[in-house]
Ligand binder design. Structure first.
Ligand code: GLN
Length: 471
């Protein structure tokens, strides 16, 4: 059910918050053993909280905007008093002493935090298979991946375990799994949502984003979690008062970069995305083909910058400050033993590559070049916004693939992010919305806009949702 529908039931008394949470918990109990979306379900807490909301409502108290709405949280966003693992064995025994800002805001809005969801270790992956605590399966086809790294949150929404869930994105980890699971996924402008309490992967690329079954619900959650936060110096004021969604796309200019449609894509996938864009054109939008050669370098820039930042961010996991420790006879041995035992293969690979691209002999050739190229990409996009209002293309070059298929081939796995990393590098808003299926597997249409134009991106997504039969 959508938030608005739940709210009607909660407000007219046809359902209590307790009944709402019980029905979601029942679905989780029935199916999550097979899907593996959750690492932990806070059933008792959520029921208690729901009862409290019901009594406050009975007393006539004014309740928050998400009163009684269940929300699932990716397990790299910390909640006070709860285990927070980031999908890593190194944090298996870590309990957070504080709430992330988004969590504090959800609590203040009376949302029901229902549990923490599975992910790739510290967000490093595109399939939710690299975490230390098991694999998540795609609810639409249990032999396939839900995408990643926020695959647990995407699967939770797709399986109707929750109406909405939070995920995080460094290179597409909300939009890509949303696309593979057939739900809506949104990443706001960099800074619009505070990162305080989000475990850092690559700080200049990290964002918190939202999964839902419709665009309105993404907007509802954004209103609650977004906006300036003193605890994150990169956070900015955000225009969160999304205007009424418009009914009209006449004259809207849609840029379609030819680099988003290379020859290796499945023609059926291309057709779904092209048909979706044609829906806008038929309603009076203007479609402009773009040639942006710099997009071909986005993935290379991304993986250099992301791994460089990861390698320094993960330095904090030394067994002295957080999580588990493997004893050693000297401090150096202890740190080495702790990190060797605590990190998984993919994270270790990335720490090595990240350290390499930052090392004295290579920093000019790799890291500095990638940072300069990133600036050129941002400049190229700034020019594009003179010509078009939004950019559209596929979210992912592939539909959900069989579990395990890309695990031994990291480069093929990295290629899954080829269209999403652009928005992280440039800090611009991006939305993935279902636009049909290929062999019963969902395809996502990606919509991006200039920095700060989050409402415009959501508006276009809403229009599509109202005019297609896909979502
Ligand atoms: N799959 C990408 C990576 O592995 C993106 C992950 C993310 O957005 N957290 O880096």
């Amino acid at each position: 059910m959508k938030i608005a529908e739940l709210r009607v039931h909660l407000e007219d008394g046809s359902m209590t918050a307790r009944q709402v949470i019980d029905s979601y918990l029942e679905r989780i109990e029935a199916r999550d053993q097979t899907i593996g979306a959750f690492l932990e379900v806070f059933a008792a807490d959520a029921r208690l909280q729901a009862d409290e909301i019901d009594s406050r409502r009975a007393r006539g108290e004014v309740l928050g905007p998400l009163a009684g709405i269940p929300v699932a949280i990716k397990d790299n966003i910390v909640m006070q008093g709860k285990t927070a693992t980031g999908g890593s064995a190194i944090l298996e025994s870590y309990t957070s002493p504080y709430d992330a800002t988004v969590i504090a805001r959800l609590k203040a809005a009376d949302a029901l935090l229902i549990g923490r969801t599975n992910l790739d270790e510290f967000g490093c992956g595109s399939s939710t298979e690299s975490g230390a605590f098991g694999v998540t399966k795609n609810p639409l086809d249990l032999m396939r991946t839900p995408g990643g790294s926020s695959g647990g949150s995407a699967a939770a929404v797709a399986a109707e375990f929750v109406p909405v869930a939070l995920g995080s994105e460094t290179g597409g980890s909300v939009r890509q799994p949303a696309s593979l699971c057939g739900v809506v996924g949104f990443k706001p402008t960099y800074g619009h949502v505070s990162r305080y309490g989000l475990m850092a992967y690559a700080s200049s690329l990290d964002h918190i984003g939202t999964f839902a079954t419709c665009v309105e619900d993404v907007a509802e959650v954004m209103r609650v979690i977004g906006g300036k936060d003193e605890k994150d110096t990169t956070s900015t004021e955000a225009d969160l008062v999304f205007p009424e969604f418009s009914e009209d796309v006449r004259g809207k200019r849609i840029g379609v970069p030819k680099q988003f449609f290379n020859d290796t894509l499945d023609p059926e996938l291309v057709k779904r995305v092209r048909d979706a864009i044609a829906t806008f054109e038929q309603a009076g939008a203007v479609v402009i083909e773009l040639d942006l050669p710099i997009l071909e370098y986005a993935l290379a820039m991304y993986y250099i910058v992301a791994m460089a930042e990861l390698s320094s961010n993960l330095n904090r996991y030394d067994g002295l400050q957080y999580g588990s420790v493997v004893p050693g006879s000297t401090i150096v041995e202890q740190v080495r033993a702790t990190r060797t035992a605590g990190f998984g293969t993919e994270v270790k690979r990335r720490i090595l590559i990240g350290t390499y691209v930052l090392s004295a002999g290579h920093v000019d050739a790799y890291y500095k070049k990638a940072v300069a190229a990133r600036q050129s990409l941002c400049n190229a996009l700034d020019d594009v916004w003179e010509e078009v209002d939004v950019i559209m293309g596929p979210t992912s070059p592939v539909v959900a693939w069989p579990l395990g298929e890309k695990m031994d081939d990291p480069v093929t796995m990295y290629l899954a992010d080829i269209y999403t990393v652009v928005a992280n590098l440039a800090g611009i808003p991006g939305l993935s919305i279902p636009c049909g299926t290929v062999d019963h597997l969902p395809v996502g249409l990606q919509i991006m806009g200039p920095r700060g134009a989050d409402a415009r991106v959501l508006d276009m997504g809403y229009w599509y949702q109202q005019h297609s039969t896909c979502s």
